[in-house]
Ligand binder design. Structure first.
Ligand code: HSE
Length: 440
């Protein structure tokens, strides 16, 4: 039999342990598919003494990932340490400089340094594969990089964070509080070490920056992504969405506009009957729109050890076969600088929830401010204050009642100006809730 591909594994958390398991269980299948076995021969992790569900002594142990990366006993480095800096970065650079291919699940590192690392891999003629970095077990990197080489992409959007989708699903279905759902996602191993990365949208933003680069051939720029998380979403928003025919999802959207590439992450109202609205729990989904091609949607597990390990093993299989693809689908010299479309020019529909003072003239004031910005309403609902339904008299002066509106397409700028004016008019209390709509 041909020589095995010898793997050095850096990181033994949920994902690293799942890679060991999957390579062990899938050994024969991989030999059949790649013509050679893929074997983990050496390991490194923060703790050597931690209890593991495999025998550590079967592998060579390294205290330092950088030493592992350059060791002649390994052919390829798998990096699942995480984090955008060292030691992950130095370990990857060391492996590439030593002419060894690298497989990584590290979206933070790729979003920040992907361009340079791709150039380094290119210089040494080796693979830098990162299927696991975006949408867990969904092969979206390969789809964009190889499967759709003939396509002219116009928009990529999706649910790219399992933790957020899990939280929104549990809140809606089980009427649970945000914090309880987050704790459960952490317990199940979906969340990042610092879960604010998930819930504030940064994890999605890093993944989106990578997808945008693959789709549009632009240099990766995580700072070009507009980011809003889900921590302000309440059950009231989820209920209102349902009533108006929508569902709330945290989406990452990269779209080609006249002003440049718009990259944004925010809670989004999607039509309740759309494919993306059906995606529940930790499941991820990515839809690709391209000229002359009906939309393609990939749906699958987005987080957790098994899903991520599946993507890592697929990347290793390519390396075992000797496949080297440019990391971002084209030589790095052909990746162009991104022309960032400013968010205030974003156009689309909006959901707005206000707490309006229940007194004569309030609705007229709000309507006037919207009209001044040429904002047209698709629907408007005002809730009665508790106990005032059917009363002969209008609501008690100053009492706050929710007013929920869905606008037709307008601009971000217009919505902000209209709401700022409404707040100055003192007809609402608190901050208005604004959620963008997306055609899906
Ligand atoms: N924390 C991430 C998620 C893990 O919830 O999707 C996969 O990147």
């Amino acid at each position: 039999m041909a020589e095995p591909l010898k793997v050095g594994l850096a990181g033994l958390g949920t994902v690293g342990s799942a890679v060991i398991r999957l390579l062990d269980q899938g050994r024969d299948k991989l030999v059949a598919r790649c013509g050679r076995p893929i074997e983990v021969v050496a390991l490194t992790a923060r703790s050597r003494t931690k209890k593991r569900d495999f025998e550590l002594k079967k592998f060579r142990w390294f205290d330092n990932p950088v030493t592992l990366a350059r060791d002649p006993s390994i052919d390829v480095l798998v990096e699942v340490i995480g984090g955008e800096g060292d030691p992950a970065k130095r370990a990857i650079e060391t492996a590439l400089n030593a002419g060894k291919p690298v497989v990584t699940a590290n979206k933070a590192l790729l979003a920040r340094h992907g361009q340079k690392l791709a150039a380094l891999a290119e210089r040494h003629g080796v693979a830098l594969n990162f299927e696991a970095a975006v949408a867990g077990g969904i092969p979206i990197v390969k789809t964009l990089r190889e499967g759709l080489n003939g396509a002219a992409f116009t928009r990529i959007y999706g649910i790219l964070n399992g933790t957020c989708n899990y939280i929104l699903t549990r809140m809606e279905q089980d009427r649970l509080a945000f914090d309880d759902c987050l704790k459960e996602a952490q317990r199940l191993g979906y969340a990042e070490a610092d879960p604010t990365f998930d819930v504030e949208g940064h994890d999605t933003a890093q993944k989106l920056a990578i997808l945008a680069s693959l789709a549009f051939g632009t240099k990766i720029d995580p700072d070009a992504v507009y980011v809003e998380g889900i921590s302000s979403i309440t059950l009231a928003d989820l209920d209102a969405a349902a009533e108006l025919g929508y569902r709330v999802k945290l989406l990452g959207v990269a779209v080609k506009t006249q002003a440049g590439i718009e990259q944004r992450v925010h809670p989004t109202m999607v039509p309740k009957d759309s494919a993306i609205a059906q995606v529940m729990g930790v499941t991820n989904a990515v839809t690709v729109d391209a000229e002359g091609l009906a939309p393609i949607t990939l749906v699958g597990p987005g987080a957790g050890g098994a899903a991520t390990a599946s993507a890592i093993v697929a990347d290793l299989a390519d390396i075992a076969r000797g496949v080297v693809t440019p990391p971002f689908g084209r030589p790095t010299a052909r990746m162009t600088a991104i022309r960032k479309a400013p968010m205030q020019h974003h156009e689309g529909g909006y959901y707005i929830r206000l707490l309006a003072r229940d007194r004569p003239g309030t609705a007229a004031t709000i309507a006037r401010r919207l009209a001044q910005q040429k904002i047209s309403l698709e629907s408007i609902v005002q809730r009665h204050a508790a106990g005032s339904r059917g009363a002969a008299q209008p609501g008690r002066s100053g009492e706050a009642v929710p007013v929920i509106m869905i606008t037709y397409a307008t601009s971000e700028d217009a919505v902000h100006k209209a709401l700022a004016a409404v707040r100055r008019d003192r007809v609402v209390s608190g901050r208005p809730q604004v959620i963008r709509l997306e055609r899906a």
